[in-house]
Design a protein around this ligand. Sequence first.
Ligand SMILES: NC(=O)c1ccc[n+]([C@@H]2O[C@H](COP(=O)([O-])OP(=O)(O)OC[C@H]3O[C@@H](n4cnc5c(N)ncnc54)[C@H](O)[C@@H]3O)[C@@H](O)[C@H]2O)c1
Length: 367
Amino acid sequence: MSEIMRVNVGLGERSYDVLVGAGALTAAAPELVRHFPRGRAILITDRHVAGLHLERVSETLAAHGLEVEPVIVEPGETSKSWAGLARVVDALLDHNIERAEAVIALGGGVIGDLTGFAAAITKRGIDFIQIPTTLLAQVDSSVGGKTGINTTHGKNFAGAFHQPRLVIADRDLLATLPLRERRAGYAEIVKAALIGDAALFEQLEAAGADGLDGAGLDAAVAAAIAFKARIVAEDEREGGVRALLNLGHTFGHAFEADAPKDVIRHGEAVAAGIALAFAYSAHRGVCSAGDAARVEAHLRAVGLPASAAELAHTDWQASSLVSRMRDDKKNMDGRITLILARGIGAAYIDRAADEADLLSFMETQLS
Ligand SMILES: NC(=O)c1ccc[n+]([C@@H]2O[C@H](COP(=O)([O-])OP(=O)(O)OC[C@H]3O[C@@H](n4cnc5c(N)ncnc54)[C@H](O)[C@@H]3O)[C@@H](O)[C@H]2O)c1
């Protein structure tokens, strides 16, 4: 077992800890079982994760007197739906869950978002515990309390803010994660560093591709979570500063929306989006070209795309991408909100992007 790091998300009576490191589940088991007064835990997971990790997780918890009752859903975004939500809520009620007991989410962001939303509405709110099994879920989606499902109107269009009671980010669970998924999650660590932790970015640069695993990854995961925790503590419901966490996401969502389904991973779109946000900041003269080049170089060093042309889909139209940016949930008064940067670790919110300038920048980028 490596050193286990503990990060607190300070939200008054809704505060909770995130435990990070290889072996975190074993270390956290004694405090986890306290949330289950009946000695049993209903655990929501997906079929892939169940096949890979359910047995070991159940054994670890059984050693602490907790019997796991699994509910297994299909992997993928289709489970983050009204039908998937009904299935999980019904399963919790079928198991006669009581308001004093929590439910466990074991899986990637899909399982965390779905279980969290089910917990928010079942019996008007029960507790939940996140055991994230993808790097993206460990550094991003399991922390901060955004839960939800997709609707025909778009991704994450129905949901609730519902904070978990405990998050266990155990690196051992990532051992089975394909490299592509690992890199996609790593993009969110780079994002956190670039928004407001220049020292972390220097550490990531120094580690290069070696930072994708091992103790170095634990330190980066803990730092990225601590960074997100500070932002969430300041602005839980995204009235202001939390929007910074969308660095790279306006460009990234446009790529995701314009590409055929399932061709590019969210983290890959975000990586290219981060590079574009820095390139656009340099184009606007607010950020040095040197910082934008460092960002691109690091993304490439870890195997992430650093431009539209490096994504798995390459048939882009500037006008279509800018029109997708106009549809972004973060926009206010019909104007495109962009997260830009004055340099590494110095992101800021631009609430009124100049659309004509953005379009000509995108045309240059794609030519
Ligand atoms: N709530 C938030 O703040 C927030 C933030 C970012 C993203 N999200 C959401 O997160 C979701 C994406 O999460 P994701 O990237 O984790 O995807 P995911 O949950 O779909 O997992 C990706 C794939 O990896 C598999 N998997 C999970 N853990 C594994 C492991 N340890 N080994 C091998 N395979 C494993 C899953 O079965 C799945 O097939 C999206 O729905 C997105 O909207 C939410």
